[in-house]
Design a protein. Structure first.
Length: 176
């Protein structure tokens, strides 16, 4: 039967290190989006803006970066047929940019620029991510894809708790 076949695919996939590596990478990518959600209001606050329209435009910039990164990186990856470097390098670039944003929260323009650059890398990595696990685990293995997505989306639950605990322990949001 169809459900027994799907169950067999999932149980086999759950034993595959590729599934767990993919789940970890997706967790990191979702965590990057959560980083933007957390650091963006702090960066905008340090700019001293109070006009709702200006705040709205500034808040949109990292998400525009994500969209631009998705389009550019996906097109380039499709043109070259290469996937891994189109996943790894944007992830590393996003991580470096998010680190700059976290370290320079007191400098609003620099932090905001770093969030936009980080968004570009994050979007670029997200745009090619699913090509990798589906190549190895099968595009027709919905259980494996759901498992990866479930692990990644765990970031949306865990990261606010971790950030809150870190801020409570440090007594501040910004890095000294």
């Amino acid at each position: 039967s169809q459900s027994r076949q799907s169950s067999a695919k999932l149980s086999h996939a759950l034993k595959d290190p590729i599934l767990w590596l993919s789940a970890g990478v997706w967790f990191v990518l979702i965590t990057g989006a959560n980083a933007i959600i957390f650091w963006l209001p702090i960066a905008i606050k340090t700019l001293g803006r109070s006009d709702p329209f200006e705040i709205g435009v500034l808040s949109a910039l990292p998400w525009v970066g994500i969209g631009a990164g998705m389009i550019w990186n996906a097109r380039h990856s499709d043109k070259t047929g290469e996937r891994y470097n189109h996943l790894i390098w944007p992830m590393l670039g996003a991580a470096a940019a998010f680190l700059v944003a976290a370290l320079f929260t007191h400098n609003g323009p620099l932090a905001l620029a770093a969030l936009v650059i980080g968004g570009f890398g994050l979007g670029g990595a997200q745009s090619v991510f699913w090509t990798v696990p589906t190549k190895y685990l099968g595009a027709h293995n919905p259980g494996a894809i759901a498992a990866i997505n479930l692990c990644g989306n765990g970031s949306s639950t865990g990261m606010p708790i971790a950030i809150g605990a870190t801020v409570a322990a440090a007594g501040r949001v910004t890095v000294p």
